[in-house]
Design a protein around this ligand. Structure first.
Ligand SMILES: *Cc1c(COP(=O)(O)O)cnc(C)c1O
Length: 250
């Protein structure tokens, strides 16, 4: 897509967010738009930043690390699964990790952050739909996991994240997702009443951002609606025709 096409889609998505905010009596400034750049080359990510979309999301650590040095001015969000042994690769890089779903991962992140002398900001991912295809801790475990993670010395738990079940073919994504978003909000409210720093709700994607905003999302993660269809695999530095292997991250 050309920068003009991206800019037009950004306007459209901002319009959808603004309309949902107006209906819910919320300020559009209370919803952070994260542009999901997975599978897209760094040039596309740079186009997003040039269009004012500074917050970018990736679902794989390797892809995020390869792209980040090539995209000036971006703030990165890791929105996918993270393996414990890769915790060291993300800490110290100002990446917000959205997918903490078990104690062992929280432990590893805090330990690595301690080694690096930093604090790691995270969200706890909850599988509100109990969808076997989705990551996240169970609803019943969410508050315990928040309480556990927040007392680790080098983690700050800033909120909750979820990915709702897919709607059936031809189904209404907003209608299917909304009760799951409402459930996540209740969990966040419970957590926040004990731990005031637990404020964020990362929920809503291209097809269901209206329901997410209605239910209080403070971060929406939007890929397709802004950048168009995705490739079927992760972007790699060797995809770039001018690629110089000596530039690869070590
Ligand atoms: C890919 C992805 C998105 C973006 O999905 P779109 O439907 O393209 O907007 C959002 N959240 C997560 C966790 C993703 O993996």
């Amino acid at each position: 897509m050309t920068p003009e096409q991206v800019a037009a889609r950004v306007d459209e998505v901002r319009g959808r967010v603004a309309a949902a905010c107006a209906a819910a009596d919320r300020s559009p400034a209370s919803v952070l738009l994260i542009t999901v750049t997975k599978t897209h080359p760094p040039s596309v990510a740079r186009t997003a930043v040039a269009a004012g979309l500074v917050d970018l999301g990736e679902n794989r650590v390797e892809e995020l690390l390869a792209k980040a040095p090539l995209v000036e001015g971006a703030r990165w969000h890791l929105i996918g699964q993270l393996q414990r042994r890769k915790a060291r690769d993300v800490v110290g890089r100002q990446v917000l990790v959205h997918g903490v779903d078990r104690r062992s991962l929280a432990d590893a992140l805090s330990r690595r952050a301690q080694d690096a002398g930093t604090l790691q900001r995270v969200l706890v991912q909850v599988n509100v739909g109990d969808d076997p295809a989705k990551a996240g801790c169970g609803v019943a475990d969410a508050l315990d996991l928040v309480a556990y993670a927040r007392q680790l010395p080098n983690l700050t738990v800033e909120g909750l994240m979820t990915v709702p079940p897919m709607p059936p073919d031809g189904g209404d994504a907003n209608a299917v997702a909304r009760p799951h978003f409402a459930r996540l909000r209740e969990l966040r409210d419970d957590a926040r009443s004990r731990f005031p720093e637990v404020v964020h709700l990362s929920m809503g994607m291209s097809a269901d951002l209206e329901a997410a905003v209605t239910e209080g999302a403070t971060m929406v993660r939007v890929g397709t609606a802004i950048l168009g269809p995705r490739g079927d695999r992760a972007w790699r530095p060797s995809d770039d025709p001018d690629h110089d292997p000596t530039d690869d991250p070590a």
